[in-house]
Design a protein around this ligand. Structure first.
Ligand code: ZN
Length: 136
């Protein structure tokens, strides 16, 4: 995907990938009820627990910095929705570029977070709870 983005002046900036189930449980427990749509229910597990979700953005090569999106990464407001109409035109264009490239490569955006993408074949992978310390 970086190969497709580079001619446009961007590369991927990855924030998060695999996450043990215990971390999903912790996030759920500390998140207030009205913000729970931004975290995965531990009863079902997160696609991050299966190693099938990725949180990422775009990085502008010439400016050596992360691009500005309509909302911040991990922000728990409507600015995080991939169909949010606010922000600048350029911000929305970059968000849509990321979505388009990820979808071309087998991922689907989460409806409440522009940065979160699920691998289309996530059902083939089971929930993991291996701590980062034990991953070699
Ligand atoms: Zn995520």
């Amino acid at each position: 995907m970086n190969k497709e983005l580079r001619p446009l002046g961007y590369r991927l900036l990855i924030f998060d990938g695999y996450r043990p189930w215990s971390v999903t449980k912790l996030f759920w427990d500390i998140t207030p009820a009205d913000k729970k749509k931004f975290v995965a229910d531990p009863k079902e597990g997160s696609k991050h627990n299966r190693g099938c979700a990725i949180d990422l953005s775009l990085f502008e090569i010439s400016k050596d910095r992360e691009v500005a999106m309509p909302g911040e990464y991990d922000e728990m407001t409507e600015r995080s929705y991939p169909d949010y109409k606010g922000g600048t035109e350029k911000q929305r264009k970059l968000r849509d570029l990321l979505k388009e490239k990820m979808e071309d490569n087998g991922f689907k955006v989460y409806k409440f977070e522009w940065w979160h993408f699920d691998f289309n074949d996530w059902k083939s992978y089971r929930i993991g709870n291996i701590s980062f310390k034990k991953i070699k």
